[in-house]
Design a protein around this ligand. Structure first.
Ligand SMILES: NC(=O)c1ccc[n+]([C@@H]2O[C@H](COP(=O)([O-])OP(=O)(O)OC[C@H]3O[C@@H](n4cnc5c(N)ncnc54)[C@H](O)[C@@H]3O)[C@@H](O)[C@H]2O)c1
Length: 312
């Protein structure tokens, strides 16, 4: 085995996970990717001698044996049952994977003396708010997904305090980008692109004035890697977004322009479970402590995403 430093990415075949794997390989790590391929795809991962893929479940304690043989320094825990809509249909599976899976990985991390455990949490833990959300803002998740991810945060905090395991909690805001294929449980970006390309109506659930902080996946990944490397990221919670809110109507129009689509934008009822009218990240903490600065504006990010759709 060569002397490269090793890191683990759980959920490594997923959308954000696979971009994270690419980035880590590029900056010279050996990467162990763990994924049960329930929503991820092996094809998202490159052929690379420094990448070791294991088709395993994060709830499986045997993952420890894999890690033991590679001695990783950082564990990026991204595997999850994703996201709100699916969690309403499968709340128990969601709890098992998101909360128990996190607990299993934390326990392994502390036993192996991992130097940093990075946990992919979500902006869905926040209570609704009509201004940019700060890390100390009130927490009231309103779906099983938000609840199970928040429980994961609490376990991270417990392991940090009780066992001195260095943890970093990241609350991602609407990450989107290439490799996110369309299906009914995924985010609004692939749904709109799919319909725009096919010339079908772009269906907005709500009046279109709802706001989200759409973050291009490469920015999400840069924030993730920065947080793991900086001492300032230790035992902290960070919002990883852009700090800019976009209305769903603007998103639909941007996608129409980029795809040169003539699809009509139509409006339907809000989804019953979705209590959040506006969700925008305040990213000052990540900017100041980590030097994080998103590079992609919405149009650039959507262009790269559409390119992937049109060529894959
Ligand atoms: N995409 C977003 O906007 C967003 C927002 C907030 C938080 N997050 C979090 O970021 C992480 C990555 O999200 P994503 O968008 O890449 O989703 P994704 O579904 O593409 O990735 C999740 C990956 O985890 C794998 N997985 C699921 N259950 C597993 C299990 N039991 N064992 C091993 N692997 C398992 C899936 O196969 C998939 O590859 C998740 O933790 C998610 O909760 C994402």
């Amino acid at each position: 085995m060569n002397n490269l430093k090793t890191v683990v990415v759980t959920g490594g075949a997923g959308v954000i996970g696979s971009h994270l794997v690419d980035y880590l390989l590029k900056i010279g790590y050996r990467v162990i990717a763990i994924d049960n391929l329930s929503s991820g795809d092996r094809k998202n991962l490159p052929a690379n001698d420094n990448l070791h893929f294991f088709h395993m479940d994060v709830c499986d304690k045997e993952t420890r044996k894999i890690y033991e043989s590679f001695q990783p320094s950082i564990l990026f825990h991204l595997a999850a049952h994703y996201a709100n809509e699916l969690s309403i249909q499968e709340p128990e599976i969601n709890l098992d994977i998101n909360t128990k899976g996190t607990l299993v990985q934390l326990e392994i991390a502390r036993r192996l003396g991992i130097k940093r455990f990075v946990y992919a949490s979500t902006s869905c833990v926040y209570a609704p708010l009509s201004q940019a959300m700060k890390e100390e803002h009130e927490i009231i998740p309103h779906t099983p997904y938000g609840i199970s991810k928040l429980a994961g945060e609490y376990y991270c905090n417990f392991y940090s305090k009780m066992y001195d395991l260095p943890v970093t909690i990241l609350r991602y805001f609407n990450s989107y980008g290439p490799r996110e294929g369309f299906n009914e449980y995924r985010g609004v970006v692939p749904r709109f692109i799919e319909n725009a390309i096919k010339g079908l109506p772009i269906i907005v659930t709500g009046n279109g004035n709802e706001k989200r902080d759409f973050t291009f996946v490469k920015d999400t990944v840069r924030g993730t890697v920065l947080s793991a490397h900086m001492d300032e990221g230790k035992n902290q919670v960070f919002n990883i977004g852009t700090g800019k809110a976009t209305t769903i109507r603007q998103l639909a129009e941007t996608i129409k322009n980029v795809t040169k689509s003539s699809s009509p934008i139509v409006f339907s009822d809000r989804r019953e479970w979705d209590e959040t009218i506006e969700r925008e990240a305040n990213i000052e903490k990540a900017k100041q402590l980590l030097g994080y600065a998103p590079k992609y504006d919405l149009e650039q990010g959507i262009k790269e995403t559409v390119d992937w759709y049109e060529t894959s």
